[in-house]
Design a protein around this ligand. Sequence first.
Ligand SMILES: Nc1ncnc2c1ncn2[C@@H]1O[C@H](COP(=O)(O)OP(=O)(O)OP(=O)(O)O)[C@@H](O)[C@H]1O
Length: 259
Amino acid sequence: MAGLTVRHRRTVALDAVDLDFGTGVHGLLGPNGAGKTSLIRVLATVAAPTAGRLTLLGHDVSAHRGRTEVRRRLGYLPQEFGYYPGFTVREFVAYVAWLKEMPAAGVPDAVQYAVERVGLADRADAKVRTLSGGMVRRVGIAQAIVNEPELLLLDEPTAGLDPEQRVEFRALLREIGETATVIVSTHLVEDVAAACTRVTVVESGRVAWRGTTRELSALGPEAGDGDDGTGGEGSAIERGYTAALRAHRAASATAAGTR
Ligand SMILES: Nc1ncnc2c1ncn2[C@@H]1O[C@H](COP(=O)(O)OP(=O)(O)OP(=O)(O)O)[C@@H](O)[C@H]1O
């Protein structure tokens, strides 16, 4: 993507962002309101950018034909995911498979596999309305992966999952990321540490930092070294994240001051 800009009335949610993502699990980290959801929605082709160029899976998505092709090959779990409470898990995931125009003959097996991968095989014939919040979240993940997407976009996917489910889910992401591009927006630094190989930190609609998870962990002060009494707390990756944000803010303030 190049010069990607998203405006909501007067708010600039994404400010001329240039990014590319290869195979693997990418974490999108940033404070509330940084622009993560705006970016994921554009990548999922549910929102059009205000300006800029976006190519997904080799297709220009400003063209109708490109968008249709890409939608078949992507999976998307929105932050607030809408479902039909009267459908069973199997029916709902099959419905999404149908929306993605998967060949009908392969749908039952694909649904079964997706449901198994999220650990819901024993509830596959239960109505979604009877499930707990964490289980509904897993239905959301199942519908996102039913077509074995080449591009998987997940907006705050671990919200509502208990610690054990989180661990299983991160393992699933790593497995999918071996062959697909997975982009996970989160404010949980531990999710990134456990599941992602690369990180993009966004703030105020701009890319504040990019690199590997390991590089982000190495960015912060050593534990206990914080010169202001806060910098040395938390895990290595939390300290790295805080350091990346501070450096970006300092650079933005300097740039604004010299304008
Ligand atoms: N529909 C909208 N109308 C007006 N402003 C919006 C709309 N959606 C987002 N914004 C604004 O755009 C900016 C970026 O929001 P976005 O939801 O992309 O951030 P985020 O990083 O996903 O935040 P969070 O972690 O809180 O979900 C924020 O300032 C937000 O208030």
